[in-house]
Design a protein around this ligand. Structure first.
Ligand code: KG4
Ligand code: ZN
Length: 346
């Protein structure tokens, strides 16, 4: 069974094809991605209308590229999956519309996938695939959540951010340091040359006793510090970046360990854009090795948004008995859609 995945929830158009024939985890046959970052950079963030229009421009050429990689034609597709939500409504509609039109033209079923389920299951595409059950740390630009995952579709929310997401904390701090958009990768690069102890920044909710996060106060503290530095900011930027990154990472690591303690599980899966952060990986690896906990990450290029994770999530839902793929070709999108509300496949 060949499953096509189309991702268009935000500022990346991703298309990918997986082969889900036979036992074992599905295999990636082809993938292509267009990032709109350069286009949105001039505005300091994603402009939804520009995002939608660019998805329209990119999606069909990307589809042709993906099909050509394994030498397939549209007729070789068995299921067409797309990101149904959460995300920008107009951007989601492009992927959903194209997927349903393609399905209708080919007479093949379509399946709407939850974007965060895609992130969550993306480590299954890596050579060191996890096994259920596990604790998942989902850290993207829009979400920061800890989940208990017992099977495909069985997601119990353990804790989440009460305000900004971890990626947002990276991005907003980076923006006020003049590092552009999205600032997470740039801030983390700059932090390599800085002293993480240079500035004392808050670790919000670190000792709250629950598994929730809060990053809005940290961003304000970074802003206050930047203002205090004034003309010295330029010279101390690497130190401020390193201190900011250390604060975000410490909270993510400690709360992940607390979630492992609370559930008694010995496996952690990290997913979402911030999962690409090197310091986060180093600190989680070290802390988990001490506790004999296995940690799994998506491959670096699959941490941020992509089509492969959508094709993968669809294939895994179908393999788990999902009946949702349908040939009605009517669609809606769900810009707001909590992950723990989706139902198990059977
Ligand atoms: O998962 P993703 O591609 O998009 C959403 O679904 O939100 O995540 C994007 C987020 C951005 O906030 C970006 O700054 C952050 O992931 N990010 C990083 C790194 N790479 C991406 N944050 C810190 N360090 C990185 N290396
Ligand atoms: Zn994402």
């Amino acid at each position: 069974m060949r499953v096509l995945g189309i991702e268009s929830s935000c500022d990346e158009t991703g298309v990918a094809l997986v082969d889900a024939s036979g036992p074992g985890v599905p295999r990636l046959l082809g993938q292509a991605l267009h990032s709109q970052i350069a286009m949105h950079q001039a505005y300091g963030g994603v402009v939804p209308e520009l995002a939608s229009r660019d998805h329209i421009r990119r999606v069909l050429p990307l589809l042709a590229e993906v099909l050509s990689q394994p030498g397939c034609t549209p007729a070789d597709l068995d299921v067409v999956a797309y990101t149904r939500g959460p995300g920008l409504a107009g951007a989601l509609l492009v992927g959903a519309g194209v997927a349903c039109a393609l399905g209708a033209a080919l007479g093949k079923p379509v399946l709407g996938v939850h974007h965060l389920e895609g992130h969550l299951l993306s480590p299954f595409l890596s050579a060191d695939a996890p096994v259920f059950p596990f604790v998942a740390l989902l850290v993207s630009g829009g979400h920061t959540q800890l989940m208990r995952v017992d099977a495909v579709g069985s997601y119990e929310l353990l804790g989440e951010t009460i305000d900004d997401a971890a990626g947002e904390a990276f991005d907003k701090s980076a923006k006020l340091m003049g590092l552009g958009y999205p600032g997470g990768p740039a801030l983390s690069r700059l932090a390599q040359d800085g002293d993480a102890q240079a500035f004392k920044l808050p670790r919000p909710l670190l000792h709250s006793g629950d598994l929730d996060f809060s990053f809005a106060g940290l961003k304000t503290a970074v802003l206050t510090q930047a203002r205090k530095l004034g003309d010295d900011l330029e010279a101390r930027k690497a130190d401020l970046a390193a201190s900011t990154q250390a604060a975000i990472v410490e909270v993510l690591v400690k709360k992940s360990l607390a979630a492992l303690d609370a559930t008694g599980l010995k496996r952690l899966v990290v997913a979402g854009g911030v999962g690409a952060n090197r310091l986060l990986r180093e600190q989680l690896d070290a802390a988990c090795a001490r506790r004999k906990v296995r940690v799994h990450y998506p491959e670096l290029h699959l941490c941020t948004d992509n089509g492969a994770m959508i094709a993968m999530a669809a294939a895994m839902r179908l393999a788990a008995g999902a009946q949702e793929a349908n040939a009605a070709y009517s669609f809606d999108v769900k810009p707001r859609w909590p992950l723990h509300e989706i139902v198990p496949p059977a």
